[in-house]
Design a protein around this ligand. Structure first.
Ligand code: UTP
Length: 289
């Protein structure tokens, strides 16, 4: 069955990136010259997704505006003869069909996904977190859709995480079943390194079936007053087999300041001019420090 819809939660507070994210959503931070969210929507579209269900909240309207048709801007660019820029701007508003759903109160990732229930309906769907970027030859979510096609069961994207960072992730307890594919036996949210069942941390990419909604509706609020997606997946794993897929690509948590800076450098050095200029600037700055 073709997966047509992707839920992209962008409603979180973004406390790790304050004060930058106070008035500007972190999902709108630029990576070289494009906002984070555009890379993510482009990844989904490149995987054949037709409809984006954006879970937004107060103060995040810039995200939907970015994908909207802007008559005034297009008119100005056209009158000034800036055809290259006009094409770029037009392309953004034609990327995909967009549905915006408000998560009145950002009560966690599980709650954000649950907000997409009616828009998703009774079909499997992808989830891409709005602050998690993956640079890969084959779009990350496309890799996962391929695994879903074979297994016809929920797939959680994971990557290997160093021991000193594992306490920041949801971690899967697994048994390998094929190259990069694992059966999930259990999931633990942010374990200590001693308690972590593996070194495979959950990243912001999922392919889910609508049964996740029934589970999320019954997940209680955790200690911090949130409904966690990992908790929902744990419940789902008791109802049906679910799998982890170790993604191929470079993954960046852009909701973290170091991850954000690394991601910018990763994309900047793909441009030969910026690569050379950055090398010089780097030497200059380090030489002076
Ligand atoms: P994070 O786990 O990074 O949470 O969310 P956060 O609240 O945005 O950021 P910090 O930890 O306070 O810095 C991952 C993605 O899920 C969205 C966020 O906007 C981000 O893109 N999210 C998170 C929601 O849509 N709703 C929520 O309730 C929580």
């Amino acid at each position: 069955m073709k997966i047509r819809k992707a839920v992209i939660p962008v409603a979180g507070w973004g406390t790790r990136t304050l004060p930058a994210s106070k008035a500007i959503p972190k999902e709108m931070f630029p990576i070289v010259d494009k906002p984070v969210i555009q890379y993510i929507v482009e990844e989904a579209v490149a995987a054949g997704i037709e409809q984006i269900i954006m879970i937004t909240s107060k103060g995040k309207s810039a995200i939907m505006d970015h994908f909207d048709f802007s008559y005034e801007l297009e008119d100005v660019l056209s009158k000034k003869g800036k055809t290259e820029l006009l094409t770029i701007v037009k392309k953004v508003s034609q990327l995909a069909k967009m549905v915006g759903i408000r998560q009145g109160n950002p009560l966690g990732l599980g709650h954000a996904v649950l907000c997409g229930k009616d828009a998703v309906g009774d079909e499997p769907f992808a989830v891409l977190l709005g602050d998690d970027m993956v640079d890969s030859e084959i779009p990350c979510i496309k890799q996962m859709l391929k695994v879903f096609e074979e297994l016809k069961a929920p797939i959680v994207g994971v990557c290997q995480v160093p021991e000193d960072k594992i306490h920041l992730y949801g971690v899967v307890d697994v048994k390998p079943i094929a190259d990069r594919v694992y059966g999930i036996k259990g999931l633990v949210e942010k374990p200590t390194k001693q308690a972590a069942p593996s070194n495979l941390g959950i990243i912001g990419r999922y392919v889910l079936t609508p049964s996740i909604f029934e589970v999320l509706e019954h997940v209680p609020f955790d200690k911090s007053g949130e409904i966690g997606l990992t908790e929902g997946l744990s419940g789902l794993s008791h109802l049906c087999p679910i799998y982890a897929y170790e993604i191929v690509g470079k993954r960046f948590d852009v909701g973290d300041r170091l991850g954000y800076l690394k991601c910018n450098l990763n994309y900047a050095i793909k441009d030969p001019y910026l690569r050379e200029q950055l090398r010089k600037a780097w030497e200059e700055l380090l030489g002076n420090s």
